[in-house]
Ligand binder design. Structure first.
Ligand SMILES: NC(=O)C1=CN([C@@H]2O[C@H](COP(=O)(O)OP(=O)(O)OC[C@H]3O[C@@H](n4cnc5c(N)ncnc54)[C@H](OP(=O)(O)O)[C@@H]3O)[C@@H](O)[C@H]2O)C=CC1
Ligand SMILES: O=C1O[C@H](COP(=O)(O)O)[C@@H](O)[C@H](O)[C@H]1O
Length: 585
């Protein structure tokens, strides 16, 4: 364990352990509350107020300083008195002096993810006033680049939601002035020491908090963590590391990665990102379930016939064939994104919205899952096709993919949760690249109405087939709709199926933030709810590793499907075997 990281970290789950604030418990009263409203115009709070309504954050007084914390004052204000435990400091604003700073280092800044997602998300947070008063962003990679070149690169990546908004270029200029670049090797202590020196200069003696985003290939994660932790971690505030997937290829490699990371970091310094957890509709899943009386009572085997998690992309592995061939669609999408959504969907009510309470429930669901049977899995691989005069390449046409590759680019699977709530309910997953459309959705198909009166004279509608279905469309065109049977207006009695439709674009004028914005902000705030804990990861791999091993050892041949099609027909047989029809057809 590196000495620089042996200090306690100040997670929401370990708030009382902070040596810096352990004596700073205070009482909040009416005066303090008045101060809170006076402070409400600060940019940080505006951001927290408008976007993060789920009472995760608050502003409290601590020894004369105002501190943005991660807990809800509302919950604690019951008797007009709030006892604040020592808190993880997000920003400390005292007597007009701004004492803390956050340095964000994007390790692998020259890469695809950094350009496509991380820098645009950081800019969006800046634009929305969500970044602390004092922050610095450093790009770190081996490529030689000046600060100016990094800024030029970042300025070109603004393809996201902010670029058409008021004062965008002005804000961009301000943002870019806070971005710097440091050239270095990922395994060089010396280069990280040099980074540390630069960070310190920017921090200017303030309490320093440091976030490292590992946007690099997984084989160099540990080298980078080792150097960052021993040569560039904060000596006064927190140090956190965001780790991108893949977290290993199976149980063994994942455990090895976790062990190596834990050699240099405490678990609560590791933020394992699954960006699907940052998507608006995925975040909303718990709200839908636990804040609406009408859903939770139906959320079990008693009323739900099956649940479907569907991911499709209308493009192939273009440009990422090298990475993808080593992993395949089961590891790339199912074992993480879809399984995480399943866990949120199926978990029991957590004790609270605290990260640990939620993750405890997710782990329980994952550990209750039945081993996946090979006969409950279909795999496919896209092949080249020509349509409308355009030729679309097959997976193995990619020059970085071996010609005889058996790597699945499509998979469908039936999973089961062996607990009393979900006994016997098929949870179907389907994920594929180079399909006819790009979408991600959750479909909940309810049982048919017993003894339905209207089956007798519904004018041809078979109510056993037209059961209620709740669709949570994660992307695109985010929305939630419920299929119901309804009388067609008129003198006769004819039923049809209609939608009660909550389409976000018509209901909300606010743009939907990118998942990376939410997750980066959470990491800065120390909110771990949407990050994967190591036992969740272990449980996810324990479920998929035996299946992956079997598929690979038996050299299972994927069913070929044409680029742009709906995927292999085998997926329909799999669903039919479980008395299910895919809802997206
Ligand atoms: N791109 C995406 O859409 C997604 C990516 N991810 C994950 O995020 C991480 C980053 O992805 P991405 O940006 O696509 O990755 P890249 O392949 O673009 O790599 C990022 C940077 O790492 C350095 N690098 C690349 N290969 C090596 C190597 N063999 N040895 C040392 N350094 C290397 C390069 O910088 P330099 O040469 O300048 O040092 C490169 O610019 C990966 O773990 C990936 O799996 C996860 C989800 C989506
Ligand atoms: O993690 C990954 O996700 C992307 C899809 O993300 P989305 O937010 O664009 O839906 C996928 O293309 C990639 O293969 C995978 O690694």
């Amino acid at each position: 364990m590196s000495s620089s990281l042996s200090r306690p970290s100040y997670s929401s789950s370990s708030r009382t352990s902070s040596p810096f604030f352990s004596n700073h418990s205070s009482l909040i009263n009416g005066d303090t509350r008045r101060s809170l409203s006076l402070l409400s115009a600060s940019p940080q709070e505006l951001c927290l107020r408008s976007q993060r309504k789920s009472v995760q954050s608050s502003v409290v007084l601590q020894d004369g300083a105002v501190v943005v914390t991660n807990s809800s004052p509302i919950e604690k204000l019951k008797d007009g008195l709030l006892s604040i435990p020592s808190q993880e400091v997000v920003a400390e604003l005292g007597g007009g002096e701004h004492e803390s700073t956050v340095s964000i280092t994007v390790v692998g800044a020259s890469g695809d993810l950094a350009k496509k997602k991380i820098f645009p998300a950081l800019f969006a947070l800046y634009y929305e006033g969500c970044l602390p008063q004092h922050f610095t962003i450093y790009g770190y990679a081996r490529s030689k680049m000046t600060d100016g070149e990094l800024r030029h690169m970042v300025s070109k990546t603004l393809t996201c939601r902010i670029d058409k908004r008021a004062n965008c270029s002005e804000k961009m200029e301000e943002f870019l002035k806070r971005c710097f670049y440091h050239t270095g090797q990922y395994d060089s202590q010396e280069h990280f020491v040099a980074l540390d020196k630069k960070l310190k200069e920017h921090e200017g003696g303030r309490l320093s908090n440091r976030l490292f985003y590992l946007s690099i290939p997984p084989n160099i994660f540990v080298d980078a963590v080792k150097c960052a932790s021993s040569s560039a971690s904060s000596l006064s505030g927190w140090t956190r590391v965001i780790v991108e997937k893949p977290f290993g290829r199976d149980s063994k490699t994942s455990a090895a990665l976790t062990n190596s990371l834990k050699h240099y970091l405490e678990e609560d310094q590791i933020f394992r990102i699954d960006h699907y957890l940052g998507k608006e509709l995925v975040e909303n899943l718990s709200v839908l379930r636990f804040s609406n009386l009408i859903f939770e009572p139906l959320w079990s085997r008693q009323y739900i016939q099956n649940v479907q998690f569907i991911f499709s992309e209308d493009f192939g592995t273009e440009g990422r064939g090298g990475y993808f061939d080593h992993y395949g669609i089961i590891r790339d999408i199912m074992q993480n994104h879809l399984l995480q959504i399943l866990a949120l969907f199926a978990m029991e009510t957590p004790v609270s919205l605290d990260a640990e309470d939620i993750r405890n429930e997710k782990v329980k669901v994952l550990r209750s899952m039945r081993p996946i049977q090979l006969e409950d899995v279909v795999i496919g691989q896209y092949k080249g096709t020509a349509k409308g005069g355009v030729t679309y390449p097959g997976y193995t046409d990619d020059t970085t993919v071996p010609k005889d590759s058996l790597t699945p680019t499509f998979a469908a699977a039936a999973l089961f949760i062996d607990n009393s709530r979900w006994d016997g309910v098929p949870f179907l997953m389907k994920a594929g690249k180079a399909l006819h459309t790009r979408s991600a959705e959750i479909r909940v198909q309810f049982r048919h109405v017993p003894g339905n009166l209207y089956n007798r004279n519904s004018g041809g509608t078979n109510l056993d087939q037209t059961t209620n279905e709740l669709v949570i469309r994660v992307q695109p065109d985010e929305g939630i709709y419920l299929k119901i049977n309804n009388k067609v207006p008129g003198l006769g009695m004819r039923l049809d199926q209609s939608h009660l439709n909550l389409l976000y674009s018509t209901r909300y004028s606010k743009e939907i933030p990118d998942a990376y914005e939410r997750l980066l902000l959470d990491a800065i705030e120390g909110e771990r709810r949407l990050f994967i804990r190591s036992d969740e990861l272990d449980a996810a791999w324990a479920l998929f590793t035996p299946l992956l091993k079997e598929v690979e050892e038996k050299k299972m041949i994927p069913e070929l499907y044409p680029y742009g099609s709906r995927g292999p027909v085998g997926a329909h047989y799999l669903a039919a075997k479980h008395n299910v029809q895919w809802g997206d057809l």
